[in-house]
Design a protein around this ligand. Structure first.
Ligand code: MG
Ligand code: ZN
Length: 365
């Protein structure tokens, strides 16, 4: 009898303990639910066109100092295949990053049925954020076009220029490609029309006077010259864009290391390293701002790898490193994703390129 009482008492004590534990864990749970994760006011997406793991490693091997890539607390891998091909091109690869939908190679900002899909730049503009794009290629080229245009083919540079000239919700556009605005088959004066619509348009960053006006810099007829001949255009343009876009409602900026891809198509190892150095400078500009700001999510990735680059000792003796290129085209390998700032932890692991936009939208405010 006594023994039974003892057991019942023990059971009662145990159940009280369980309830107390449950209460505590609920209150702890609800407490952490209330302290919502930090949101990002600003979002900066940086795309190294053609930048696979070996391209990043080529910079690390040739740098005396720590590279910007080593400043990111989180990293992951992105799956880049397109709707039509296991090996994507920049149009479909960038489109998936920009709007979260796989499309066919060659298509810009549309799904495989040619229905336009809004890009994150357009969604952020709709939400009242300032937006900008900085590249070293023509502003009508596939990657920038994925964020600011919708066209069934990346080859339609003049059509994409026309769309840009009529675009609302874009505040800053720096790159090349003037000829598609001024030397057109339809003879339209797109730049004249844009000036009338309130745009300031210049040939160089140094001509910018009004930080608050919508501003386009077209620094050359088509693509800019390669690094290091073009100087610090990319890091300087990135710094200027941030200065012009930063405002209380936040901003979205896309910065592209456009010509990493060009160097890799040419299997030009020396230029690849120069292009990576240039992109690295732009990354440091962005990270320095994000560190100071504290409200900026930075996501760096690539649309695909170019050149099938690997770095080996041809004799297999571990004594030297040679760059070995296996194609003049793109390849189907993982590309890296690096992230910094509020929500950066969501970008680790293996992810499809189409989920990057969701992860960004989840943390943006
Ligand atoms: Mg590109
Ligand atoms: Zn390419």
């Amino acid at each position: 009898m006594q023994k039974r009482n003892f057991i019942m008492k023990t059971r009662r004590i145990l159940s009280v303990l369980l309830i107390v534990t449950a209460l505590f864990s609920t209150s702890c749970g609800s407490k952490s639910d209330n302290s919502a994760p930090k949101k990002a006011k600003n979002v900066i997406v940086m795309i190294g066109d053609g930048m696979g793991p070996a391209q990043v490693y080529s910079l690390i091997l040739t740098s005396q100092e720590q590279t910007a890539f080593e400043r990111f607390p989180y990293s992951g891998f992105s799956i880049t295949k397109s709707a039509s091909n296991e090996i994507t091109d920049s149009a479909a690869g960038g489109s998936a990053i920009a709007n979260g939908t796989k499309t066919n190679n060659g298509v810009v900002g549309m799904d495989p049925d040619s229905i336009p899909v809004p890009s994150m730049l357009e969604i952020f503009a709709e939400q009242g954020k300032k937006t900008g794009v900085v590249v070293t290629c023509s502003v009508t080229h596939a990657t920038p076009a994925d964020f600011i245009a919708h066209n069934i083919t990346r080859k339609d540079n003049e059509g994409i220029a026309l769309e840009i000239s009529e675009k609302t919700g874009l505040d800053v556009l720096f790159g090349g490609g003037k000829k598609y605005f001024t030397e057109r088959k339809d003879s339209l004066d797109l730049l004249g029309k844009m000036w009338e619509n309130g745009w300031n348009i210049y040939d160089s960053l140094s001509q910018i006077e009004d930080n608050n006006a919508k501003t386009m810099v077209l620094a050359c007829r088509r693509h800019m010259v390669k690094a290091p001949e073009r100087g610090d255009f990319l890091p300087d343009a990135t710094a200027k864009a941030i200065e012009m876009l930063d405002n209380e409602n936040g901003f979205f900026l896309m910065v592209e290391g456009s010509q990493i891809d060009f160097a890799c198509h040419d299997n030009d190892s020396t230029t690849l390293v120069e292009e990576m150095r240039d992109f690295n400078k732009a990354l440091n500009v962005v990270l320095d701002f994000a560190e100071k700001d504290g409200n900026t999510l930075v996501v760096v990735t690539a649309d695909h790898e170019t050149g099938g680059l690997t770095i080996v000792d041809p004799q297999g003796k571990y004594t030297r490193t040679d760059f070995k290129w296996t194609t003049g085209s793109h390849s189907a390998v993982f590309v890296p994703v690096f992230s910094y700032g509020p929500g950066a932890e969501n970008f680790s692991g293996v992810m499809d390129n189409t989920v990057i936009i969701n992860k960004i939208m989840d943390v943006a405010k």
